[in-house]
Ligand binder design. Structure first.
Ligand code: PLP
Length: 367
């Protein structure tokens, strides 16, 4: 599939081949990547710290914004501590490296992100997958592994499948099996939970068993990853995780920008409220068009049509109408690809209505 090359982007529009198109892709659920206050914090930070941290945190690469961001993340998520990693992918490597210190078996939901499998294998955990969301298979696997030190792992939100993992039930399974629970909240942070604080808030999870990994690159509109867990566990990660010890952290300026993004996302209900209102509007529009909608209230609308040829025709027609509705192939998704239409808090009512009108015309015009 041809790779798209963007020449510029705004919160809800991109420039592609010299044309500006309304944008309904990516994972910027709160529209923060272009927020003037986030951009300003980055600019001020660049002037103060330069572009790169230039060294690992435990040597000379640590700066005040890194520590401030970790404190802010821990405070808002109501966990003991957090630790920044260069990305969500590396955060999963760090999590697995620490977990492998006192566990030997990882049971991972089969549809979890590749980084969980890669990380667990690289940390030499014995890796088995369990059928997606199938708690009874998970319990059977846990019983068969009695005596072993188990980690249960899953993404918290499966946006392309349209649902949230059964988080409380996973926590009960982990409790019963005396297992650690490793949750990847990359798509949950800024989206689920009463205040958008992610999986921990959504399922009211607390306590020493849970290790959370997440990204700053999606809803928060910045870049980087982090671990969140109890303080003693994060101290161990700081002391032992090679993915932390041997990597350059995100630029301090980016950490400063992420602190502002956290404030915008969570100090007021406005952005989360707008994301939810926009999601509800598009959901109602999809139902009218008889297109599939997610089971849970998620801002990602993923669907395939009967044939690749029809999807190509609808994609081209939408582009001609001024809309970029991504047609993607992603590991684990349908072989022929699928549309992945994403709503953000930054979309205006007019933009959402334009999307729904254009979709109606394109689907009718390309039967
Ligand atoms: C569920 C999940 N985990 C981890 C990652 C990796 O995060 P990052 O892009 O910050 O490396 C992604 C990114 O797409 C993801 O969707």
């Amino acid at each position: 599939m041809a790779r798209l090359t963007l020449q510029a982007s705004r919160a809800t529009a991109v420039t592609l081949e010299g044309r500006e198109l309304a944008y309904f892709g990516g994972c910027g659920y709160l529209g923060l990547a272009h927020h003037p206050r986030v951009v300003e914090a980055l600019t001020v930070g660049l002037a103060r710290y330069g572009v790169s941290s230039g060294a690992a945190r435990e040597t000379t690469g640590n700066a005040a914004p890194h520590e401030q961001l970790e404190l802010e993340l821990a405070r808002r998520l109501d966990v003991g501590a957090s630790l920044l990693l260069p990305e969500g992918y590396t955060a999963n490597f760090a999590a697995a490296q620490v977990l492998a210190g006192d566990h030997d078996l990882a049971l991972i939901d089969e549809h979890s992100h590749a980084s969980l499998f890669d990380a667990a294998s690289a940390a030499r955990l014995d890796v088995r997958s369990f059928p997606h969301g199938d708690l009874s298979s998970l319990r059977t696997l846990c019983s068969a592994a009695r005596g072993r030190r188990i980690v249960i792992a899953s993404d918290t939100v499966f946006p392309s499948l349209g649902h949230i993992a059964p988080l409380r039930e996973l926590a009960f399974c982990a409790e019963d099996a005396q297992a650690a629970l490793w949750l990847d909240d990359c798509h949950g942070l800024g989206v689920i939970g009463a205040h958008g604080l992610g999986a921990l808030e959504h399922a009211n999870l607390k306590g020493g068993r849970v290790v959370l990994t997440a990204t700053l690159s999606k809803a928060l509109g910045c870049y980087g990853g982090f671990l969140a867990a109890d303080s003693a566990w994060i101290e161990r990660a700081r002391a032992t995780a090679q993915a932390y010890l041997g990597t350059t952290p995100i630029p301090p300026a980016l950490a400063a920008a992420a602190c502002v993004a956290l404030e915008l996302a969570f100090d007021q209900v406005e952005l989360i409220g707008r994301l939810r209102a926009n999601t509800a509007l598009v959901r109602a529009g999809f139902e009218r068009l008889e297109l599939p909608v997610p089971d849970d209230d998620l801002p990602v609308f993923a669907f395939a049509l009967e044939s690749r040829a029809r999807m190509d025709a609808v994609f081209a027609d939408l582009c001609a109408r001024g809309i970029l509705a991504p047609l993607i192939r992603y590991p684990g998704g349908p072989a022929q690809g699928n549309f992945r239409i994403v709503v953000s808090a930054a979309h205006s009512l007019e933009e959402l209505e334009h999307l729904l009108d254009a979709l109606r015309s394109s689907l009718r015009g390309n039967p």
